[in-house]
Design a protein around this ligand. Structure first.
Ligand code: PBG
Length: 324
C-alpha cells in the first residue's frame, strides 16, 4: 500500500501537516558580529550578506530578528585593542558589553546570548592564556569567569563559552552565582571540533591564531564517544543547554549526544557551511533557499532543539510566510 500522497503537487501546508520534523522561528539563533567604533556597517568578504556592526548600528538588524520572532541572537565582540591576556573582553564598556547594553535597552524581550571566548581579544588569537608556549587551562578559567560576569552584568540573558577549556562551565557558574547572577543561563559549546569550517569566521572576527592551531583544546573530528564525555561533563558542571559544532558534517555526533543528555541541544551551522552555500548559489550551481532550508531541516531531524545559523533571519521569515 502506498501511503505517501501521490499528488502531482503537494502544498507546503500538507507537507508540514504530515511532517515528522517541525521547524519554528523560536528554535533559531542568529550570530551577530559587533566591532568597536561608531556608525559602521561593513561587509565580511567570506560571508556575503553578513556584516560587522558598531554597537550604535545594531538595533536595525535586531529589529529584524524581533520581527521574525527568532529565539535569540548570539553576539560576538571584535575589540580595537588586543593584548596577551585579552583584557578588552571583560571591560565594563568593552565592545560586547556596549552591544549587550544597547540591545537590552532597545529590545528588552529579545534573548541575548554573549559568546564568551578570548580568541577575538588576544594578540596571539588563542582562546586561552599562553604560558611557556602552551595553553594554560586553569589561569584561563579565571579570565573566562570575569568575561561571563561582565556580560551578564551588562544584561546578557545567556552566556555561551566557546573556549573549550576544561572546567569552564563550573568556573563560570560559580562566578555568576557569587555575583548574584543565578538567573543567567549557560549555553556551553560542550562539543566543539577543531574544524576547517571555521575559516570565514576567523576572518570576520580577526581571530585566527598567530601561531599553532586549536587542536590541543578543540576536539578531534575522528571522535564521537569523546563528544558524549564532553557533553556530560559540561552538564554536570551546570550547563543549561549545549552546542554541538560544526553542524551538517557532524549530525551523527549531534544525534549521539542528544540521546545521552537531558538538556536542549543546539547544532551550530558555522561560517564555512554558510560560505559554501553562498558561493555555490552565487554561481547558480545550487538554489540557496532550498539548500539552506534542507540543511536546517536535516539538523532538526537529527535532533537539534536549537539551530544557530547565519541564515536564521531568512529561515524564520520563510517559516512565517508559510514557505518552509
Ligand atoms: C571562538 C569561536 C569560533 C567560532 C565560534 N566561536 C572560532 C574558532 O573556534 O576558531 C566559529 C563560528 C563559525 O565558524 O561560524 N572560539
Amino acid at each position: 500500500m502506498i501511503i505517501r500522497p501521490r499528488r502531482l503537487r503537494v502544498t507546503q501546508a500538507i507537507r508540514n501537516l504530515t511532517s515528522e520534523t517541525r521547524l519554528s522561528p523560536s528554535m533559531f539563533v542568529y550570530p551577530v558580529f559587533v566591532r568597536e567604533g561608531k556608525n559602521i556597517v561593513e561587509d565580511i568578504p567570506a560571508m556575503p550578506g553578513q556584516k560587522r556592526y558598531s554597537p550604535d548600528r545594531l538595533p536595525k538588524i535586531l529589529e529584524r530578528a524581533v520581527k521574525n520572532k527568532i529565539g535569540g541572537v548570539l553576539l560576538f565582540g571584535i575589540p580595537e585593542h588586543k593584548d596577551d591576556t585579552g583584557t578588552s573582553a571583560w571591560k565594563y564598556d568593552g565592545v560586547i558589553q556596549q552591544a549587550i547594553k544597547i540591545s537590552k535597552r532597545e529590545f528588552p524581550e529579545l534573548t541575548l546570548i554573549g559568546d564568551v571566548c578570548l580568541c577575538e581579544y588576544t594578540s596571539h588569537g588563542h582562546c586561552g592564556m599562553i604560558k611557556g608556549g602552551k595553553i594554560d587551562n586553569d589561569s584561563t578559567l579565571e579570565i573566562l569567569a570575569k568575561v561571563a560576569v561582565s556580560q551578564a552584568e551588562a544584561g546578557a540573558d545567556i552566556v555561551a563559552p566557546s573556549d573549550m577549556m576544561d572546567g569552564h562551565t563550573a568556573a563560570i557558574r560559580e562566578a555568576l552565582d557569587d555575583k548574584n547572577l543565578q538567573d543567567t543561563l549557560i549555553f556551553s559549546y560542550a562539543v566543539k571540533y577543531a574544524s576547517a569550517f571555521y575559516g570565514p569566521f576567523r576572518e570576520a572576527a580577526g581571530s585566527a591564531p598567530a601561531f599553532g592551531d586549536r587542536k590541543t583544546y578543540q576536539m578531534n573530528p575522528r571522535n564521537v564517544r569523546e563528544a558524549i564525555k564532553e557533553a556530560l561533563l559540561d552538564i554536570e558542571e551546570g550547563s543549561d543547554m549545549i552546542i554541538v559544532k560544526p553542524g551538517l558534517a557532524y549530525l551523527d555526533v549531534l544525534k549521539t549526544v542528544k540521546e545521552k543528555v537531558n538538556v536542549p541541544v543546539a547544532s551550530y551551522s558555522v561560517s564555512g557551511e554558510y560560505a559554501m552555500i553562498k558561493a555555490a548559489s552565487a554561481q547558480g550551481w545550487l538554489n540557496e533557499k532550498n539548500i539552506a532550508s534542507e540543511a536546517a531541516i536535516s539538523m532538526a531531524r537529527a535532533g537539534a532543539d536549537i539551530i544557530i545559523s547565519y541564515y536564521a533571519l531568512e529561515l524564520a521569515e520563510w517559516i512565517l510566510n508559510g514557505e518552509l
